[in-house]
Design a protein around this ligand. Structure first.
Ligand code: ARG
Length: 563
């Protein structure tokens, strides 16, 4: 809020502080009749050698109130400022209109790069419901940082390496019935399951699998081709799901990408005396930090997950020179991240302070037809489809005349699923029910989307009416004022979401806007008789539409115009 900065600048010289410090001291008064902004004078008492109430009174006398404020009062040790609602309304509406789709964005990140690693699924394994949080939260953070002017690199750190691919090839060679490219993920998973069943009875299968993985590692053409076709097939299939969710990546460099980058890391760890031999394995002892050792090379000579992560972090620093590298990965891997961050620190990579493990809790489903069937994995695609089908039924009931019900159902069904992991603190476990996430009146994506569509519908009805030069000072009722406040707060929510790596701050901001709009909508006639009032209310409706759309977009959620 620019007026806040102007006020800070006006106050700063009077208190011998700089404007940034003054801004930090600002508070929001507890009661609305105490004004919109307060400046506490208590901490000035020592330097100014006066009692806080006297300081407040003196500052009040000296201060030239900047535009945007209607009055200032000295109460106790506080200065209370009252915003000039008319000029505030005009400023907010002007800003939203002039910035449009960019309202809430900034150039804060100009010249800086943020790498966001998210989703990171495993090849030839189910793209499961448990991948929802990383995919949705990572995508939202990616969009938020981009909006704030950062160069953003979205990375899908594919699990595309390891002994399981030897098993897959063994199974395929034994029981495969068609070209490997034609296998769907589910069919590949079935092959994998069969491998394990048969290997229980016949352990030579495991030897074969090891031999095949060795062939992949040593570049045998047949093994490499089968492996890479399996990988291509999986990527082709998951891209369809990603597209449904509005998710995209700049890099698909998976674990295999770092195969040739690990030897240098292993060597450096030896040379610097950071790693040591332990029962034939190479490990980094982390007991000093109360952590189990980080294994770098296993006793059979193979590298592991952590080694690849070390190589990946170093590669990314070199390739992208990030100012931040975010890993959106479940909290089950907290220890893994602590360990390999510590190893990077021991290697003298001081940029490890810019690496952040953005962890999150578990997601589960309270629906008998989906959950708890033992050992069953929930495919994300099935959940998305179920949500879309259920939404379709709701829309048929609510809006029987809607023309394109299918695309509205797609947007709302998928939006509801994404929202389920974007509305709370990341670390909270979420368990969702269909009733909860598809509730059009709750704090849900469908509710926000519905409010957005409501704005669009109001504006369609007023299509002929020109409100471009509306007089915002006519928005002087409490419902308009409350709504304007939520619109004004939006840019700060975007900043705060980035700062905390918490997309929920944006979700909450859009819910606050939607609910303020709905109160306004029910309490005030937008199509007022007085054309001037009508113009002002339509302008406010249009601004609401715009900010809801921007907010949903940051969350990767589509904002349909009709539903
Ligand atoms: N593919 C891994 C899994 O599904 C997640 C990878 C997380 N990222 C990382 N850099 N370790 O568990």
């Amino acid at each position: 809020m620019d007026t806040k900065l102007q006020l800070a600048e006006a106050l700063a010289p009077l208190c011998g502080m700089d404007a940034a410090a003054v801004q930090e001291w600002f508070e929001v008064p507890k009661k609305a009749d105490m004004g919109d902004l307060a400046f506490p004078c208590f901490r000035l008492a020592k330097a100014m050698r006066k009692a806080p109430p006297a300081i407040a009174a003196e500052l009040k006398e000296q201060l030239v109130l900047p535009a945007g404020f209607s009055k200032v009062e000295a109460v106790g040790g506080y200065l209370n400022f009252f915003v000039d609602t008319a000029s505030q309304a005009t400023a907010v509406l002007d800003k939203v209109r002039s910035m449009g789709d960019a309202y809430g964005s900034s150039e804060l990140g100009k010249g800086k790069t943020v790498c966001v690693e998210y989703s990171s699924i495993n090849i030839a394994k189910p793209f499961g419901f448990h991948h929802l949080p990383t995919t949705a939260i990572g995508n939202a953070l990616y969009r938020i940082y981009k909006f704030l002017g950062y160069r953003t690199i979205g990375i899908n750190h594919l699990g595309d390496w390891g002994t399981q691919f030897g098993k897959m090839i063994t199974a395929y060679k034994k029981w495969g019935t068609k070209p490997i490219d034609d296998y769907t993920i589910r069919e590949l998973v079935a092959l994998y399951v069969r491998f394990h069943e048969e290997a229980e009875k016949d352990s030579t299968l495991n030897d074969e699998a090891r031999a095949w993985f060795h062939k992949i590692e040593t570049g045998d053409p047949e093994a490499l081709e089968l492996w890479s076709k399996m990988k291509d097939g999986t990527i082709r299939e998951v891209k369809v799901t990603y597209q449904r969710m509005g998710v995209d990546f700049d890099s698909w460099a998976g674990e295999s990408f770092y195969e040739d980058k690990m030897p240098a890391i292993i060597q450096e760890l030896r040379d610097k005396g950071i790693s040591k031999l332990d029962h034939g394995a190479e490990i980094v002892d982390l007991s000093e930090w109360n952590m189990p050792p980080c294994i770098i090379v296993k006793s059979d000579g193979s590298t592991i997950y952590a080694t690849r992560d070390l190589a990946a972090a170093c590669y990314r620093k070199e390739e992208y020179d990030f100012s931040k590298l975010l890993y959106v990965v479940a909290y089950q891997q907290d220890l893994h991240f602590k360990q390999f961050f510590k190893v990077l620190e021991l290697m003298g990579r001081d940029w490890v302070k810019d690496c952040v493990h953005v962890n999150f809790g578990m997601v589960s489903m309270e629906d008998a037809s989906f959950s708890t069937r033992s050992g069953n994995i929930l495919y994300l695609d099935d959940i998305l489809q179920a949500a879309v089908d259920k939404t379709y039924a709701i829309i048929c009931e609510k809006s029987p005349d809607l023309e394109d019900k299918q695309s509205a159902a797609e947007a709302v069904g998928v939006g509801a699923i994404l929202w389920s992991v974007l509305y709370n603190n990341r670390i909270k476990d979420v368990s969702f029910t269909w009733d909860k996430i598809l509730n059009f009146d709750g704090e849900t994506a469908p509710y926000v989307q519905y409010t957005h569509a409501r704005c669009c519908s109001v504006l369609r009805k007023a299509e002929e009416f020109d409100f471009s030069s509306a007089d915002a000072s006519l928005l002087d009722d409490p419902y308009s004022a409350a709504l304007l406040k939520t619109l004004e707060a939006f840019p700060e929510s975007v900043l705060s979401a980035a700062d905390k790596y918490e997309p929920y701050v944006v979700s909450r901001a859009v819910v606050a806007i939607a609910s303020a709009f709905n109160k306004f909508y029910y309490e005030q006639r937008i199509m007022a008789d007085d054309p001037k009032v009508k113009a002002a209310r339509l302008a406010l409706t249009d601004a609401t539409r715009q900010v809801l759309k921007n907010g949903l977009n940051l969350l990767g959620i589509v904002a349909p115009e009709r539903m």
